[in-house]
Design a protein around this ligand. Structure first.
Ligand SMILES: *Cc1c(COP(=O)(O)O)cnc(C)c1O
Length: 238
């Protein structure tokens, strides 16, 4: 358990050092804990240590753990691929931000559920910057059209862009994913497709957070550097 607190400190130091090198303010980068396969006790520990941003990948896993964390105050983000038939669950479970919006059909389903509930939802647009077939997210060429569609939905509050970078030991290849996301954001603002403050960049994971910070990340999604290697198929809510 102490290991988690230790790891949080180590990750925060890495962020601080990378910000200093990049000439950025430490406060300009937020840390989101990616908690897939992490049980509720360990999530609780991290939140009690002061972490405020938690990201889950699967609705089923979120629904399993959420009841045990209701007494804690934290921001709930959804960072995994979401099937359109789960749009209602995003609203029902009170998720604060959906980072993986990448289809018009999902937009429509979310809008309907949000209107019925009388609330809005923060979203980020996920882009497949590495163009790997296995990754979800919009193709970079499709982003402008997608943003034009998005403007029709007042219920969806555009906060920025998210990408899962290329998973590779080659730092420069990884960097290209992040540079691309930043360019997509800058172009969207310059073209008036989004408001200048819809400028968040959710990018960077345990292995490449320094590169992401250099390329302008405003939110890092960190899992294994804090919780250790993921162990699948273990009980999560005890
Ligand atoms: C698991 C996950 C992360 C964190 O990955 P680590 O390498 O463990 O830091 C970030 N983003 C998404 C979408 C993930 O699924």
């Amino acid at each position: 358990m102490n290991e988690i607190l230790n790891n949080i400190i180590l990750v925060r130091r890495r962020i601080e050092a990378a910000c200093a090198r990049a000439g950025r303010d430490f406060g300009s980068v937020r840390l989101l804990l990616a908690v897939k396969t992490v049980d509720v006790q360990r999530i609780r520990l991290a939140i009690e240590a002061g972490e405020t941003l938690i990201g889950e990948n699967k609705m089923q896993e979120f629904a399993l753990k959420n009841p045990d964390l209701l007494d804690l105050n934290y921001e709930k983000h959804f960072i995994g691929h979401l099937q359109t038939n789960k749009a209602k669950d995003i609203v029902r479970h009170g998720i604060d931000c959906l980072q993986s919006l990448d289809s018009v059909e999902l937009m429509q389903k979310l809008d309907r559920a949000l209107l019925a509930a009388g609330r809005s939802l923060d979203i980020m647009v996920q882009v497949n910057t590495s163009r790997e077939a296995s990754k979800s997210g919009l193709s970079p060429d499709g982003v402008a059209d997608f943003l034009r569609q998005l403007r029709r939905y007042d219920t969806l509050k555009m906060k920025g862009f998210m990408t899962v970078g290329l998973f590779d030991d080659d730092t420069e290849a990884v960097r290209r994913s992040y540079t691309r996301l930043k360019m997509i954001r800058d172009n969207a603002i310059a073209d008036g497709l989004i408001a200048p403050d819809s400028n968040q960049l959710s990018m960077g994971m345990s292995g490449d957070l320094e590169t992401a910070i250099e390329e302008g990340a405003t939110m890092l999604r960190i899992g294994s550097a804090i919780f250790g290697a993921r162990i699948y198929n273990q009980p999560l809510n005890q």
